[in-house]
Design a protein around this ligand. Structure first.
Ligand code: UDP
Length: 323
């Protein structure tokens, strides 16, 4: 298939692009390179530098490329930033997304895989989080992704545009070639590995008084390659659907630091800090639905392997992509 990938120069997009190329698909990446990196685009893919917030830019690219399907990763994804600059999130994630859908309708492209998030659930009523739980986001980031899920429902009904929304939990790890390099790094694993690389003196642990066994937050870390496989399986789905996507297992912040110490052989000092606003104590996915309907199975269930792969990439790219 010919797949048009928005945000294909970002962390998750770049590795999905690589996996799809390995499986023989033809790839066009559409990215404005504000968050993404030119060097994160696999050389076998075509890169179009374009802007979702300009309807003519995205519509023109889709008309010219005529892809079989679109994978939509391009978005802003920092919870904290969304609390101080909500406009950026609604413009890029909702308005930009609607421009993409209108461009698809005009070009006759009828299939989309959307990168959604467990942040659409807010503070979950129960854990593991299954698809039947109410979605009540507690920040503009989660709200913007939920709004776009709702827009998708109407484009399905009114334009027969079929979509699969994948609500990720915590994407982590790396492939041999591509890894995680955000210009502003807020994520736990890369920040811990920066300490091991000697680029930061210590890791800050945001909250040690949560109602969890060791007092730190629990998250469901999913290997980026397993995540990419879920996207490829989603391409084969005929009807619109939404799936929660995680391993169903959970690790605390303290456990992540401990595994990083073991994998890197570095001491990794920690400093306890107060809670980060908006962090739920436990986020774990119920992933039975995607396993049953798409036949997805995570290959990397152990945090050790995820961190080994991330560490290998960070050691080879201590300055990230260098831009
Ligand atoms: N966290 C932390 N120190 C850091 C970065 C993150 O203690 O330097 C915690 C954060 O509060 C959360 C967990 O690690 O409980 C995972 O955070 P991350 O930003 O990686 O992902 P999120 O779950 O927010 O999407």
């Amino acid at each position: 298939m010919k797949i048009f990938v928005t945000g294909g120069a970002g962390y998750i997009g770049s590795i999905c692009v690589e996996e799809m190329l390995n499986q023989g698909h033809e790839i066009v990446v559409f990215d404005n390179l504000t968050e993404g990196h030119r060097l994160a685009v696999d050389p076998r893919a075509k890169l179009i530098e374009g802007e979702l917030r300009e309807p003519a830019s995205i519509a023109g690219a889709l008309r010219a490329e005529k892809p079989d399907a679109v994978m939509h990763f391009a978005a802003n994804a920092l919870v904290g930033e969304s609390m101080t600059n909500p406009s950026k999130y609604f413009l890029n994630n909702v308005y930009g997304g609607v421009n993409l859908l209108d461009g698809m309708v005009a070009a006759g492209v009828k299939k989309l895989v959307f990168s959604s998030t467990c942040a659409t659930f807010g503070m979950p009523e129960e854990v593991p989080i299954h698809e039947g739980l109410p979605q009540r986001p507690i920040n503009p980031y989660g709200e913007s992704k939920l709004m776009f899920e709702k827009v998708l429902r109407w484009y399905d009904e009114l334009h027969a545009l079929r979509s699969v929304s994948l609500r990720y939990f915590n994407a982590a790890g790396a492939s041999e070639q591509f890894g995680e390099d955000h210009r502003i790094e807020t994520h736990l694993i890369p920040n811990v590995l920066k300490v091991a690389l000697g680029q930061k003196p210590h890791v800050e642990i945001f909250g040690t008084d949560y109602p969890t066994p060791d007092g730190t937050c629990i998250r469901d870390y999913i290997h980026i390659i397993d995540l990419a496989q879920a996207h490829i399986l989603a391409l084969g789905r005929e009807e619109s659907a939404f799936y929660n996507l995680g391993t169903g297992g959970g690790n605390s912040v303290a456990e992540v630091v401990e595994v990083c110490r073991r994998v890197t052989g570095h001491e990794i000092p920690v400093v306890a800090k107060s809670r980060r606003p908006g962090d739920p104590p436990r986020l774990i996915a119920a992933s039975q639905k995607i396993k049953k309907e798409l036949g997805w199975e995570p290959r990397f269930q152990s945090l050790d392997k995820i961190i080994e792969n991330a560490w290998a990439w960070h050691q080879r790219h201590p300055g990230g992509y260098g831009d």
